[in-house]
Design a protein around this ligand. Structure first.
Ligand SMILES: *[C@@H]1O[C@H](CO)[C@@H](O)[C@H](O)[C@H]1NC(C)=O
Ligand SMILES: *[C@@H]1O[C@H](CO)[C@@H](O)[C@H](O)[C@H]1NC(C)=O
Ligand SMILES: *[C@@H]1O[C@H](CO)[C@@H](O)[C@H](O)[C@H]1NC(C)=O
Ligand SMILES: *[C@@H]1O[C@H](CO)[C@@H](O)[C@H](O)[C@H]1NC(C)=O
Ligand SMILES: CC(=O)N[C@H]1CO[C@H](CO)[C@@H](O)[C@@H]1O
Length: 483
């Protein structure tokens, strides 16, 4: 049996964590309404944009040197995103040589063609000075299968369309765009007018480069769209919904995770009906396929009692390997999930709570640190994510700090068997999330008086005692009637 006092060994400097705000998400930029143009206080003197399309979503990195061309120090740098794309942006992060910068997300204004993210530089840039700035963003649902229908063993191709130039609210003096493909199979790409003596794009294999281009204004006048079509040998996995349930039990010294997935494949659909015979015969060679054949969940070592079920029941083709160094849950859906097909399933596992919980000196304030998301190691995107943390009965004064912006969060009472008051639970919702957010930490702190631990046994004890007394009384009564 666990003694809570033993966990005191795992003391943490808690002071900083206690100042956490109650569950909070990033604030929105109060970007001025329609017609806002960022003040022209910066210039990008050199910019390199890299577009990575090796995953089922697009990652863009913009590395640049920015100059302050105004007379005052400047600390607000704006990044424009067109209205039609802003809802497909999963995240936009910024960092400088002195670490990450805070980024305000746009307050979406439907009338405004351009929406602006605001980067707050850690240290204002003095007049006449320049600094390095890196912007990273992910855009989802923008790779479409072309052709939309393919044969069961055909190669799958995806298509991306974007701008020749990097989006910027300022004049860019010099820029180029590098494209990283998953492999060297690129049957179609937009060929632009010769750029001086050079072809545009240049490159071969899995890397192409558009540019370099001289002075481009923020309105990007004359900018062309580029369309790329490339082979994609993996399925385009999308979780349309995922519910992650985390339940903490001090009494049992256990933390239980359960995840419910609604999965779909956004890749090319099958032209003909699925042939199991053909599938079985080609599976032997294990060729690349656009179907989802398996998923691997890399869990934190120490995971126990993993399970995998779907609508029909326990799926016996799952494998769970767990040892001191690793814990892998390998799932094989009941059928290969081709483009347009769905599959929903549930996975779950347990851990010893002491891996995730720390206690303060007074023994009553706790810090729970768990991965916000785990998920398969495959490249995936999520439409809706809902994470619920259920704390032990008696926990109060709950504060949490999610690692990514949320769209909502609420606290409610969760009732289970033998609870007297119900347990405090926190439900957090996020939208449009990508696998790069896996393993980021969620921190929840709460107050839990030592006495609360004995509530459950006390309830059970009084329950049993009441039953006992009642049955004793009943037997007394029976006796009397008997006479
Ligand atoms: C944005 O996402 C939606 C689906 O959520 C998709 O239909 C649309 O084509 C995407 N837009 C762009 C510009 O990628
Ligand atoms: C793409 O390239 C292939 C051959 O490489 C060609 O047959 C096809 O017409 C091209 N498609 C488009 C849309 O340009
Ligand atoms: C479910 O499947 C796993 C793996 O094959 C097996 O170990 C477990 O006993 C099964 N559970 C039930 C309830 O059938
Ligand atoms: C898959 O699920 C989506 C909703 O998430 C639904 O619209 C679609 O019809 C489903 N497809 C199939 C083949 O059942
Ligand atoms: C007022 C001032 O010093 N402006 C400078 C800001 O930075 C640019 C580029 O370094 C200079 O050209 C400006 O003169």
């Amino acid at each position: 049996m666990y003694s809570l006092q033993n966990w005191g060994i795992l003391l943490l400097p808690l002071a900083s964590l206690f100042s956490l705000a109650p569950c909070s998400s990033a604030d929105s930029t109060p970007v001025p309404s329609n017609g806002f143009t960022p003040p022209q206080v910066f210039k990008n003197s050199n910019l390199l944009r890299t577009i990575d399309i090796t995953k089922p979503y697009v990652r863009e990195t913009i590395a640049m040197v920015i100059d302050n061309i105004s007379k005052e120090p400047q600390a607000e740098y704006y990044v424009p995103i067109p209205k039609g794309i802003v809802e497909n942006i999963s995240y936009l992060e910024a960092r400088g040589e002195d670490g990450p910068h805070i980024v305000n997300t746009p307050a979406f204004i439907p009338e405004s063609e351009m929406q602006y993210y605001r980067v707050l530089l850690n240290t204002p840039l003095s007049a006449g000075k320049s600094a390095k700035l890196w912007i990273t963003l992910a855009q989802t649902d923008c790779l479409i299968p072309v052709p939309a229908l393919i044969g069961q063993t055909d190669k799958q191709f995806l298509q991306w369309t974007g701008s020749q130039y990097a989006a910027s609210a300022y004049v860019t003096e010099k820029q180029k765009t590098k494209i990283r493909f998953p492999n060297s199979e690129v049957p179609n790409f937009t060929v632009l007018e010769k750029n001086g003596e050079n072809d545009d794009p240049t490159g071969a294999g899995a890397w192409y480069t558009y540019g370099p281009y001289k002075t481009v204004n923020p309105d990007q006048e004359g900018g062309k769209a580029i369309t790329l079509r490339f082979e994609y040998t993996n399925p385009v996995i999308k979780m349309t919904r995922m519910e992650r349930h985390i339940e903490v039990s001090h009494w049992g010294g256990n933390i239980a995770f359960e995840e419910r997935y609604w999965m779909t494949n956004l890749g090319a659909k099958l032209k003909d009906t699925f042939s199991r015979v053909q599938w079985a015969s080609t599976s032997y060679y294990n060729p690349p396929t656009s179907a989802i054949k398996h998923l691997t969940f890399p869990l934190i070592p120490g995971a126990q009692d993993a399970y995998f079920t779907d609508e029909i029941g326990n799926v016996s083709t799952s494998r769970f390997r767990s040892n001191i160094r690793e814990a892998h849950l390998e799932l094989k859906p009941r059928y290969p999930v081709f483009g347009g097909w769905n599959y929903s399933f549930v996975v779950g596992w347990n851990y010893d709570l002491k891996h995730f919980l720390r206690v303060s000196q007074d023994g009553e304030r706790y810090v729970l640190k768990v991965p916000f998301l785990e998920g398969p190691k495959d490249s995936i995107t999520y439409d809706e994510v809902e994470i619920t943390v259920v704390l032990p009965e008696g926990a109060t004064d709950v504060k949490c700090s999610p690692p990514i912006p949320l769209i909502s969060e609420e606290e409610y009472l969760h009732h289970t068997f033998m609870d007297t008051r119900g347990r405090i639970a926190i439900k957090m919702k996020a939208a449009n999330v990508v696998d790069e957010q896996h393993k980021k930490e969620l921190i929840v702190t709460y107050h839990y008086p030592t006495m609360a631990l004995y509530r459950k046994p006390f309830v059970i004890f009084t329950g049993v005692l009441t039953l006992f007394t009642l049955s004793w009384l009943v037997s007394k009564i029976d006796l009397k009637i008997g006479k």
